[in-house]
Write a new protein. Structure first.
Length: 119
């Protein structure tokens, strides 16, 4: 990883036979990235699959939560001094992500800190 431009923010999970890692890159246009790895030990620059997500232009982005299972991958991000949140979902094992409209269920400040499946 080019640590000079990447901030690791804690969002990672294993599901569906792959590892997923959420990263914010302060030097990129699409600043949130999800890396997909088969073993967790590949070189992220050459061997990992990377999906770029548009999560805004705020300078204080973070991706604190990633959840993966056999059917979907969810990735939460925070911005505006941790006062706002967003959520991406993938139903194709991390090949593509769509933004989820949270406005009907989330109307206060704060952000998603973790994602878990209720058993």
């Amino acid at each position: 990883f080019p640590f000079s431009v990447v901030r690791l923010s804690g969002g990672a999970d294993f599901g569906g036979g792959s590892y997923y890692l959420g990263i914010v890159d302060s030097s990129a246009t699409n600043r949130c990235h999800i890396y997909k790895s088969a073993t967790g030990s590949e070189d992220p620059q050459t061997a990992m699959t990377k999906v770029q997500l548009s999560c805004g232009t705020s300078s204080d982005l973070g991706m604190p939560a990633v959840y993966a299972d056999d059917n979907r991958v969810l990735a939460a991000y925070r911005y505006n001094s941790a006062a706002a949140t967003g959520l991406f979902v993938s139903s194709d094992q991390g090949s593509s992500f769509q933004s989820v409209d949270l406005s009907s269920v989330w109307n206060s400040s704060g952000y998603i800190t973790s994602i878990a499946k209720e058993e």
